[in-house]
Write a protein that binds this ligand. Sequence first.
Ligand code: SAM
Length: 177
Amino acid sequence: MYQFWNKKNWNYKKYKAAQIALNKRKIKTTWVTAKDIEFISQFIKGSGICHGARNGFEVREFNKYVKTIGTDISDTALRYGLIQWDFHKQNPEWIGKFDFVYTNSFDHSYNPELVFRVFMEQLKKGGKCIIHTSDKMETILHGYPGDCFGATKQELIKMLGGEFYTFKNKNIYIITK
Ligand SMILES: C[S@@+](CC[C@H](N)C(=O)[O-])C[C@H]1O[C@@H](n2cnc3c(N)ncnc32)[C@H](O)[C@@H]1O
């Protein structure tokens, strides 16, 4: 398991600035595909929230199947119909509210255990937390303040529990509340 931010170099202002700079540099690009979302949609129903949705692509795709809103830490969020929000923070209005919580930005967390707790709290009983990653996140240690968390599949399975799927070379962890 690798985390760029540690007790010695931790600085929230720098973390947030690094995320926003990266978001703006890649604002037109999309990691997840429509086929990925179609595949994941078979596991969900009801309504959900996507965290770290950059230009809102996955929110639009999920909305073809289920009612979905999205967030991003960047000040570009509003422009793409998202709520500007840091997924490490809990929003009392979201506690127990969703049938699913989705992110493919877990590798951008400075505290993945905290984020996972926050996501699980946002679920209704029986709801699903979906963490979508690539092998890149799990094998390459970036040494970089943006993609600041790396872990192997085994480490993520241990941390998250739940079910594990692969689809088109991407990894999907589904944890039911
Ligand atoms: C790898 S990109 C993924 C973008 C999009 N989901 C996709 O599939 O293309 C990571 C996104 O997460 C956002 N992000 C990073 N840290 C975040 C945080 N703490 N809370 C919410 N969003 C965050 C970034 O601004 C960026 O848009």
